[in-house]
Design a protein around this ligand. Structure first.
Ligand code: BES
Ligand code: ZN
Ligand code: ZN
Length: 493
């Protein structure tokens, strides 16, 4: 992991490989570098003359021993009036990538948090710079063995400023590292991350004082999580059901529930090769819930959080559940299986009903890579959120805007709920008009397993995985959700 530190040093005396300074498209240098530039003989002013400062443009300058930093990165920030906390976070991520990939250097000192953003304190800006730096530095190189020593691993970010920022920077680092934990779990090949290993990962939270309960297959049978068992039947690997309880105090108890399909082949309704390729990420909801409980414990949030996930593979083994089956659930309600590939909602039906009955939360939010339909509707720009509790949804939308992990509300009208009623059972795991409104009918299905708890469902199928590198992420698992949920929990307390 990247070592991020606050260092109270002047631009010209900080011991680092590269000093990062932003430039707006007005050619305005974002921080006062006049005396620094004087020591360099005015080279910065000279370079800026031929530098538009468009977002993402950059220039690397060698300082030739005239000051302590050996190099300098001028980073274009775009229009000053468009500058925001979101741009700042991304600029921090981009600066790390440019210093590593373009300059081949592994350390930097940054001044980006010095840039004024309306109503945001310098300490909050420093937090966001820390977040962006750690997220931007992330790489998944666990399985690369050839010329491994040639892979550049970023090591250090100095945030120039007062030690008053320390707590904020530590928070940014903690949030980003928990997001990177989600990424590691998403990126881990499914043959190395079965439900058992995912549960073991949850067990590690005990170190932080989190109470972790893991049900193995026998206990799942005893408790009666029969829908989870039905999906598990096609797999040779046992399911797990995991409860992680963090007591931070306060009156409220929030339950976060995650879909933990460690691999989704589709089951007997098998997916296409293309559709299956990234299905190791189908445990993203569970990973986000796990990492959010971890972050809540690390940050000592003053709220009670219970993370719950159901984990299994969805495979077409010899005893696999079949299209046309009727599955009994923990709640007592029955489900007609119209498609074995709509398995997420089947296991979540048990997870939601169990959580409501035994955890008795004041608020319940579930996260799931639930539908391809949500990816079609919203792409990977934002997640879909639905439910009937105005307050929860409004807060999730606000938290999304504050953290850059955005959500967009989908309608939840009665007609969608009618779509998942079955003639031969209580519910059908596919809308009757199967190709219409798939993200919403999936959410409506889940709603049938929540009796009275204020609840919202977030479909993260689009936001959990990226096919492209971004400023804050690489191709692969994105870690989406931890920062959103921590902001949400902080707002509730
Ligand atoms: N895990 C998938 C949804 C998914 C798709 C996640 C793309 C991430 C990226 C889910 O279990 C699934 O297969 N859903 C089906 C539902 C359909 C059979 C009603 C889908 O979206 O095609
Ligand atoms: Zn599926
Ligand atoms: Zn799935």
């Amino acid at each position: 992991m990247v070592d991020v530190r606050v260092v109270d040093a002047a631009f010209d005396s900080c011991e680092t490989d590269c000093l990062v300074v932003g430039v707006f498209s007005s050619k305005e240098i974002a921080v006062d570098v006049k005396s620094f530039d004087a020591k360099l003989g005015g080279v910065i002013a000279q370079v800026v003359k031929s530098f538009e400062g468009e977002y993402g443009q950059f220039r690397l300058i060698q300082t030739l021993g005239k000051v302590a930093p050996k190099h300098m990165l001028l980073l274009g920030l775009g229009k000053k009036e468009d500058f925001s906390l979101d741009v700042l976070r991304k600029a921090a991520g981009l600066s790390v990538k440019l210093v590593r990939d373009q300059a081949q250097l592994l350390e930097l000192a940054t001044t980006l948090h010095e840039i004024d953003v309306a109503k945001v304190s310098r300490a909050d800006r420093a937090q966001v710079v820390a977040e962006g730096s750690v997220l931007g530095a992330y790489q998944y190189i666990k399985y690369r063995t050839v010329e491994r020593q040639k892979i550049k691993v970023f090591s250090k970010v100095l945030i120039l400023g007062k030690s008053e920022f320390n707590a904020h920077v530590a928070k940014g680092v903690s949030l980003a590292e928990c997001s990177c934990l989600v990424r590691d779990l998403q990126n881990e090949p499914a043959s190395n991350l079965h439900p058992k290993e995912l549960a073991n990962e949850a067990k590690k939270l005990e170190k932080l004082g989190v109470k972790v309960t893991v049900f193995d297959k026998k206990q799942i049978e005893k408790v009666g999580l029969t829908a989870l068992l039905a999906v598990n039947r096609g797999s040779v690997n046992e399911p797990r059901f995991v409860i992680m309880e963090y007591r931070g105090g306060g009156k409220k108890k929030v339950a976060l529930v995650g879909k933990g399909i460690t691999f989704d082949s589709g089951g007997l309704d098998i997916k296409t090769a293309e559709g299956m390729l990234t299905m190791k990420e189908d445990m993203s909801g569970a990973a986000v819930v796990l990492a959010t409980v971890k972050a809540a414990a690390e940050l000592k949030l003053k709220v009670n959080v219970v993370g719950v996930f159901a984990a299994t593979e969805n495979m077409p083994g010899l005893d696999a559940y079949k299209p046309g089956d009727v599955v009994k659930t923990y709640s007592g309600k029955t489900i007609e299986i119209a498609n074995t590939d709509a398995e997420g909602r089947v296991i979540l039906s048990d997870a939601l009903a169990y959580t409501e009955k035994h955890i008795k939360p004041d608020v319940m939010v579930d996260l799931a890579t639930l539908t391809g339909a949500c990816v079609v509707a919203l792409g990977s720009v934002c997640a879909g959120v639905m439910g009937k509790d105005r307050k929860i949804i409004d807060q999730l939308i606000a938290s999304g805007l504050a953290t850059g992990e955005r959500v967009w509300e989908l309608p939840f009208f009665k007609e969608y709920h009618d779509q998942v009623k079955s003639e031969i059972a209580d519910l059908r795991n596919l809308g009757i008009v199967s190709k219409e409104g798939g993200a919403i009918t999936a959410g409506a299905f889940l709603g049938a397993f929540v009796e009275k708890t204020p609840w919202a469902h977030i479909d993260i199928a689009g936001t959990s995985w990226s096919e492209q590198d971004g400023e804050l992420s690489r191709k692969g698992g994105t870690g989406y959700g931890v920062r959103l949920l921590i902001n949400f929990l902080e707002a509730l307390k």
